[in-house]
Design a protein around this ligand. Structure first.
Ligand code: IPE
Ligand code: IPE
Ligand code: MG
Length: 242
């Protein structure tokens, strides 16, 4: 029995975001190092990507590494960077074959050069894929993104590229890292915390929020379908009256 059959195919969230949390705590419960949790978490990424494709989700955005995560112990940061590079290389053909377009948000220049290079290569080869856009947030934080946006807008304003009275939501969207993505419909956070942790603060304005206690390494397709079913029960009003 799978929850897949209960999902209404007419009401699939177009853009799903995930704060993949709980890797370290999950490993600790098994008496293992935090790195074991990060490694195991890659399998969950695979599973959730497959489930998204099966459902017809068009955009899947995963928070993999925040600006604040750089302040973790150096060995953990190094381990995550190495894992990132190896995993993207390992799944390269899978991404190509499944029509996945790889995209990133955040400051890729903060990452070690060889990691950035690998990511850019795979973004290039998957650029024409259309089944799903998989966006990985790497060295991303929403406040950083907003500060960047203010800087860019001020510079362009100085060059008289726009008039202040013409600033609107659409224009602001164009200055965000997510300018090529629609607003998220559903945000899932695993690992039990009920917070946003500096993720997509502007973009999540009207997303449905779903928090679950399952740690990311254990989050499977059925958990994902459960989140989508919960989403389908919500009435989205966007401030209006139905
Ligand atoms: C999420 O899991 C992955 C990253 C932030 C890189 P954590 O590493 O935050 O695991 P917990 O939340 O400490 O258990
Ligand atoms: C959020 O998780 C960032 C990622 C999942 C990449 P954190 O573990 O960094 O968030 P806090 O510290 O619990 O808020
Ligand atoms: Mg965490």
């Amino acid at each position: 029995m799978t929850l897949f059959s209960e999902i209404d195919s007419q009401n699939i969230p177009k853009h799903v975001c995930v704060i993949m949390d709980g890797n370290g705590r999950w490993a600790k419960t098994l008496g293992k190092e935090r790195s074991f949790g990060h490694q195991k978490g890659i399998q969950s990424v695979q599973n959730i990507l497959k489930a998204s494709i099966k459902l017809g989700v068009k955009y899947l955005t995963l928070f993999a590494f925040s600006k604040e995560n750089w302040d973790r112990p150096k060995y953990e940061v190094n381990m995550i960077m190495t894992l990132l590079k190896k995993s993207i290389q390992k799944y390269k053909n899978d991404l190509i074959e499944n029509g996945v377009k790889l995209n990133t948000i955040g400051n890729l220049h903060d990452l070690p050069g060889n990691v950035t290079k690998t990511i850019e290569e795979i973004k290039d080869v998957t650029n024409k894929n259309e089944k799903i856009t998989l966006t990985i947030a790497l060295s991303y934080s929403s406040r950083w993104e907003i500060i960047n946006l203010i800087k860019k807008m001020l510079i362009e304003h100085q060059k008289e590229k726009f008039n202040v009275k013409n600033i609107n939501e659409k224009m602001v969207n164009n200055y965000l890292c997510t300018s090529n993505l629609p607003d998220p419909d559903l945000l899932i956070r695993t690992g039990g915390e009920k917070r946003i942790s500096n993720f997509l603060l502007w973009q999540l304005a009207y997303a449905e929020l779903y928090f679950c206690n399952t740690n990311w390494p254990e989050f499977n397709k059925e958990d994902f379908y459960k989140a989508v079913l919960e989403y389908q029960k919500r009435e989205r009003r966007f401030g209006k009256i139905n």
